[in-house]
Design a protein around this ligand. Structure first.
Ligand SMILES: [Zn+2]
Length: 69
């Protein structure tokens, strides 16, 4: 389940620049010819660094179930 965001400055709910740090474990499957195919990617941790409004550039706030009402 992913978070939703809202820009309090302009009311934008749909366009954001999100910077995320993800730590993943992957199974790298190489073909005989050396082509890589990444399989079984497992998300170990995920940290949202910044969420910035695409329209006005302000820092956006995470939209909780409470504030969505
Ligand atoms: Zn905005």
């Amino acid at each position: 389940m992913s978070s939703r965001y809202r820009c309090d400055a302009c009311g934008n709910l749909t366009r954001f620049n999100v910077t995320v740090t993800r730590r993943t474990a992957e199974f790298h499957h190489f073909s005989v010819g050396g082509d890589l195919e990444v399989e079984d990617q497992e998300l170990l941790s995920e940290k949202i660094e910044t969420v910035q409004c695409r329209w006005c550039g302000a820092e956006a706030a995470e939209l909780t179930a409470e504030s969505a009402l």
